[in-house]
Design a protein around this ligand. Structure first.
Ligand code: 6PG
Length: 261
């Protein structure tokens, strides 16, 4: 664990403002990358929290602010369902922005959820190795993560063997709600990212947010194990999910958006 680099924690009044700030950050990062590099690599999550952010990608000014031709899009996890299934993380992205922005088809690196989990994980890992040219580990410019009430992130669930994986980049897992076969990126990959952004909303997550951010991850929640050695980790948390943070912590958080009382 990297104890030298603290989390950058920001608290927002609601999911709309949190999503707007995340979108602005992603536009800035992708534009800076596009100036000097051939690609901006981003791995995204499923779940309900990032939906607003994804909708912003394809609406108004942001659709034109992000240099889509240079964005290479990956997924942190996927459910083993067909691409048109309501539980598909690819479908979430397709419906909210992929179908509306000028992202070249060849820049979309989705997980083949229609395959059996082991095969889908192997295929995804070989796609990643091909794209990252056999680097010892990929370095994503940005990884977008969510967190469950049980402390899972991506499809890394507490107690699952996938949390201990050291070699594989992508793994099959079974679990979650609904319990399904899934494919997830592993912690060595997440912990090699240049930047990780957690998006967290709703009061149900207040307890686990407090434990990870203030108690130093006492139960070794998978989300609390994402601490890239050379990367930045930011937590964008809405007021409800920040509801169990202590006054001491709140005073330490410099960027409390819109002066939350
Ligand atoms: C997924 C995820 C998962 C998600 C959390 C939070 O595909 O479901 O990648 O880790 O981010 O479960 O989900 P919510 O945003 O729905 O609370």
């Amino acid at each position: 664990m990297n104890r030298n680099r603290p989390y950058d924690v920001r608290i927002f009044p609601d999911l709309a403002s949190l999503s707007g700030s995340a979108a602005a950050l992603i536009a800035d990062l992708s534009r800076s990358a596009a100036v000097s590099r051939p690609a901006f690599t981003m791995a995204i999550s499923g779940g309900s929290t990032p939906k607003r952010l994804y909708e912003l990608f394809s609406s108004g000014p942001l659709r034109d602010a992000i240099p889509w031709a240079k964005v290479h899009l990956f997924w942190v996890d996927e459910r083993c369902v067909p691409k048109n299934h309501p539980d598909s993380n690819y479908k979430l992205a397709f419906d909210t922005f992929l179908s509306r922005v000028a992202l070249p088809e060849s820049n979309i690196h989705c997980i083949a959820g229609e395959l059996e989990a082991e095969k889908a994980a192997e295929t995804y890992e070989s796609d990643l190795r091909c794209f990252f040219r056999d680097a010892s580990l990929p370095v994503f410019d940005l990884v977008l993560l969510g967190i469950g009430e049980d402390g899972h992130t991506a499809s890394l669930f507490p107690g699952s063997g996938a949390v201990r994986e050291k070699k594989r980049w992508a793994m099959p897992v079974y679990g979650g709600v609904p319990p399904l076969n899934r494919v997830t990126l592993t912690l060595p990959v997440l912990n090699n990212a240049a930047r990780v952004l957690f998006l967290v909303a709703s009061r149900e997550k207040a307890g686990v947010v407090h434990e990870i951010l203030e108690d130093d991850n006492p139960k070794a929640y998978p989300a609390g194990m994402v601490r890239p050695a050379h990367g930045l980790v930011a937590w964008y948390v809405d007021r409800e999910a920040a509801g169990a943070l202590t006054d001491v912590m709140m005073r330490k958080i410099k960027s409390v958006e819109n002066k939350i009382a």
